[in-house]
Write a protein that binds this ligand. Sequence first.
Ligand code: SF4
Ligand code: SF4
Length: 97
Amino acid sequence: MLQTIKMPVVSECAIAECAYNSNKSCHAIAITIGDGNRPMCDTFFKSSRHGELNSIAGVGACKVFICRHNNNLECSMESIRVGSEQDHGKCMTFVAA
Ligand code: SF4
Ligand code: SF4
């Protein structure tokens, strides 16, 4: 039987250059983490145009199956933090399994 899934929350994001960032929060409805096995934010979109914060993003999917918190290609945490690596968003909650 299918269940309603509660998404992990993106508690903060340090990537001010991303179009989805507003005051260190992400306002995409849901983001995808994972550039192959690297825990990068796949929804990152560099732009000088920024939307407004209407809601806090959730982690809709995570492709990083080598993370300890990954369960069936979904994140099992209550929340994650996104930081910066080489000017790209990276899941700082990632722990190698
Ligand atoms: S880098 Fe990812 S988590 Fe951060 S604001 Fe952009 S889409 Fe959201
Ligand atoms: S904590 Fe792990 S499973 Fe969750 S989003 Fe980050 S890399 Fe993916």
